[in-house]
Design a protein around this ligand. Structure first.
Ligand code: FES
Length: 648
């Protein structure tokens, strides 16, 4: 026998190879996803495989005990020094000696699939733009003078098929010491994205670098900034954190920030500085949390709405405040993070901003589309990313529409009399007995309901999901009428309905006697929620009009806040169109997930750049029907639209 059958699992790829062929070579020729950092030198252990022995009737082969060569000196040395798990072999050293079935474990796959914890449909597959390469560089020779960088480039060409590289000054300064300390062997972090062009050397280490590389996925919202630090090789999130966007002091919502920039010369610069400083602080905090050196953070992907996008870039957002809402650029941007004054990560780190869809629909909406894949959906899906500005997508395989709607910060607990952001002590769940009109509630940080004798949580306020539930429960308990008016004591029969001037409030919790808070839902709170939910509904309805439908097949609630909204309560308020409650799901922070997918995958970046060009934008700000829908949606749940699912 001069050749043998090799079958790789789980891919199922198979082929015949001459006896003596290394497994890594066979894998490469078949296009099997088997990692390698050292290029087959037997030192990185990334190429580990598990051969199977015995009968494999499914594949029609019997694998003899000697189907792979015995351990050679290199593999033995690795095992002696570092230890190989039982049954594992180094794919670059083991040679094919007979028919064999070879399993490539997940950790040896470069393009491994990462398990998504949310309900999103699109798989998350590793395909990072920044990878490690171990290179052996020729020593300098007086008779053939060439620079160390040029010889490194030649080595990368010969050993890794990298046609061209570039290197910034910061890395160039490290090149010579690293080459000499590593005795002409170095590991480099090479960035090469989907756009082509020269690969960029982001960092260099003497010898074999065995540490991790990290990337940051940042969802830069108008009110909060959320970031995930991810392992760029495995895709796992190693630390997450969130902070308030410090630009709030310049204006609570986007348009007030644009106004601030218009009214105050240099105001945009102040806002740019504030958000960049906040990002740097967040990055340092995440690195400390994960116990990593911030220099190991090689990339960041940032998603945000257009105003945040421009302010982060240092572009005056004034054009976004007036029709035709022209963006400075709608395309994706690949930059040096240092250009954004982000200094807490590797000095050569890259920053990628997803494309914006249009003047009011930003890279955050693109990230939601990347996470939720409406363009691949068989059924008509409405995706609502609930925040200070709601991003709304509606579509299926045939077409996808998008708009944004100015909901304001009420859904995040702002502009609510007892409102606060979601934090321990905030009421997040509430039920009101329709007969007694008595409330019971749960606060963040406590498992117990307030009517439990053991309940002793420190109640501090009510968060966004709490206020949604409170108003919906008040409506279901008959405390609030269809127009949103809170009834008096005489009308509702409960002492909790308290007169305040000419309107009434509903008292949920009163600890004022002991110096604690008095938490009520006021008429003003209900009006704020009505305005926010009307904007949300009107945006969704406008997209439905555009497609020519009165119903959608399913609804996805996205956003950190969207993840906590109860679908039933959202529908009682008429925040979302009528749909069977089983068909309303939560996607968690889909924009953040989309950012993470783009961080971990060049293919995801290329894919969303293509998808965005096919998304049709509907501009709510100039569409007269938006106002009509907005007014009709003010009622609870709606003045005219039927909500048959609510009466089931
Ligand atoms: Fe590095 Fe096999 S490829 S040890």
């Amino acid at each position: 026998m001069s050749d043998a059958l090799v079958i790789f699992t789980p891919s199922g790829k198979r082929g015949r190879f001459a006896l003596g062929t290394p497994v890594l070579t066979a894998a490469r020729q078949l296009g099997v996803d088997l990692d390698s950092v050292c290029g087959g030198r037997g030192i990185c252990s990334k190429c580990q495989i598990t051969p199977g022995y015995g009968d494999f009737s499914k594949h029609g082969v019997h694998v003899a005990a000697d189907a792979l060569s015995d351990w050679n000196a290199v593999e033995q040395r690795y095992h002696d020094k570092r230890g190989l798990k039982s049954g594992r072999r180094l794919g670059c050293q083991a040679q094919i000696m007979g028919d064999v079935v070879i399993d490539v474990p997940a950790e040896s796959q470069l393009h491994k699939q990462v398990i998504r914890k949310d309900a999103g449909t699109r798989p998350m597959v590793m395909d990072p733009a920044t990878r490690l390469f171990f290179v052996e560089v020729t020593e300098p020779d007086m008779h053939e003078p060439s620079g160390d960088l040029e010889r490194l480039a030649a080595a990368l060409r010969a050993q890794w098929d990298v046609p061209e590289i570039s290197m910034g000054l910061d890395v160039l300064r490290k090149l010579q010491p690293a080459l000499r300390a590593g005795q002409w062997q170095v590991t480099i972090a090479l960035f090469s994205d989907h756009s082509g062009g020269a690969a960029q050397v982001l960092d260099i280490w003497p010898g074999l670098y065995e540490g991790a590389l990290y990337g940051l996925a940042i969802d830069l919202g108008s009110t909060t900034i959320a970031a995930h630090l991810c392992d760029l090789q495995g895709g796992q999130v190693v630390a997450s954190a969130g902070i308030m966007n410090p630009q709030i002091r310049f204006g609570e919502d986007l348009m007030s920030r644009v106004s601030y920039a218009m009214m105050n010369p240099g105001g945009d610069v102040d806002m740019t500085r504030a958000v960049r400083e906040a990002l740097d602080t967040l990055i340092a905090e995440l690195a400390a949390d994960a116990g990593c050196n911030a220099r190991q953070i090689m990339e960041t992907v940032i998603v945000c709405n257009p105003v945040m996008h421009h302010l982060l870039l240092g572009v005056d957002p004034v054009e976004l405040g007036q029709a035709p809402f022209a963006l400075a650029t709608s395309g994706a941007l690949s930059l040096r993070a240092a250009e954004l004054d982000l200094t807490a990560l590797n000095p050569a780190a890259r920053a990628y901003l997803l494309p914006c869809i249009a003047g009011h629909v930003g890279a955050d909406a693109a990230a939601v589309a990347l996470s939720e894949a409406p363009e691949q959906s068989d059924d008509l899906v409405l995706i609502v990313d609930v925040g200070t500005n709601a991003e709304i997508l509606l579509g299926d395989k045939r077409r996808v529409l998008a708009c944004s709607s100015p909901t304001g910060p009420a859904f995040e607990g702002a502009q609510i009399s007892s409102g606060q952001r979601a934090a321990p002590g905030a009421i997040e769940r509430i039920e009101i007995d329709p007969d007694t009109k008595e409330p019971r509630f749960r606060v963040i940080g406590s498992e117990l309901w307030s009517d439990d004798p053991e309940f002793n949580a420190n109640v501090t306020g009510i968060c966004g999901s709490g206020i949604i539930e409170a108003v919906a429960e008040m409506r279901m308990a008959g405390l609030v009428d269809n127009s949103g008016l809170i009834g008096s004591y005489e009308q509702t029969g409960t002492w909790r309905s308290v007169a305040e001037g000419r309107t009434h409030s509903y008292l949920i919790h009163d600890a004022s006697a002991t110096g604690g808070p008095r938490i009520t839902v006021t008429q003003g709170d209900i009006r704020a929620i009505q305005l926010a939910k009307s904007a949300l509904y009107a945006g969704a309805r406008l997209l439905m009009d555009e497609i020519g439908t009165d119903t959608v097949d399913r609804i996805v609630l996205a956003g950190a806040f969207g993840a906590h909204i109860s679908p039933k309560h959202a529908m009682v308020l008429g925040m979302i169109p009528d749909a069977h409650l089983d068909r309303v799901t939560s996607a968690g922070n889909a924009a953040g997930t989309g950012a993470r997918m783009a961080l971990c995958s060049k293919a995801a970046r290329a894919g969303i750049e293509r998808t965005v060009t096919r998304i049709h934008k509907v501009e709510t700000a100039i569409e007269p029907r938006f106002q009509e829908h907005f007014v009709a949606a003010n009622a609870l749940p709606h003045a005219t639209a039927p909500f048959p699912e609510l009466s089931r």
